[in-house]
Write a protein that binds this ligand. Structure first.
Ligand code: IMP
Length: 212
């Protein structure tokens, strides 16, 4: 005989909060997690969430901080991510400072201009870089992190109109076009975020006991 609580666990999808209100990220991450039996809520489903200050020294710290703060307020297992661009010739900068590389409250254009300026005298062979994403899951008695990397090269000029951020300057390995020139579904299959959240899928299944 199945007790009501076990029965509930078997038929009701788990609720998970995705700690972002960025519609692009929500689309990308819900697509990756689409075949898991979970219901995803985003910060838009709640009112009055304070902005979590991303002041960690690493992408991992920021992702865990965001997930932890939202979990503490909702009591619902929470996913968060933080990502950035690491340029090898710049000793992995801008990294965790990717959003504010050219200063506080700057535009993507400002950041791209600064990057082109810093790499002005760097030859094409030495313009290797990677996007890195840290995804975190925080729940009752666990904190888990998964990472994803996408390697490529920084171009010498802006190319393409798709995507966001550094996409017009980043050519992923194995391609000639930038992320801003490639179709979004191509980017979403191999991006740093896709890779981090694919790994996170296994962790979610395990931690939330989601049936396969
Ligand atoms: P976030 O905090 O994860 O949104 O990312 C911080 C910054 O990294 C963004 O403001 C972008 O400049 C950059 N970034 C992260 N992911 C991407 C991407 O997929 N393409 C281009 N830039 C990105």
């Amino acid at each position: 005989m199945i007790t009501p609580s076990i029965h509930r666990e078997m038929i009701l999808p788990r609720i998970v909060v995705l700690a972002t209100s960025n519609p692009g990220k929500v689309r990308e991450i819900t697509a990756i997690l689409g075949d898991l039996s979970i219901r995803i809520k985003t910060l838009r489903d709640f009112s009055d969430f304070p902005h979590v200050v991303e002041d960690g020294k690493t992408l991992e710290e920021n992702a865990v901080k965001k997930a932890r703060e939202i979990y503490l307020q909702t009591g619902i297992p929470t996913l968060a991510d933080d990502s950035g661009l690491e340029v090898f010739a710049l000793a992995m900068r801008p990294g965790v400072f990717s959003a504010r590389y050219a200063g506080e409250k700057v535009s993507y254009e400002d950041n791209n201009r600064k990057l082109l300026g810093e790499l002005k005298s760097v030859s094409i062979e030495k313009r290797g870089a990677q996007f890195r994403c840290a995804a975190a899951l925080v729940g009752d008695d666990f904190e888990e992190v998964s990472a994803g990397i996408c390697r490529g090269t920084i171009t010498t000029e802006l190319r393409g109109t798709g995507g966001f951020g550094y996409d017009p300057l980043f050519v992923p390995e194995g391609f000639d076009q930038t992320f801003a020139e490639l179709p979004i579904d191509v980017k979403n299959r191999m991006s740093h975020r896709a890779r981090a959240f694919l790994r996170m899928k296994t962790i979610l299944r395990d931690r939330l006991r989601i049936p396969s």
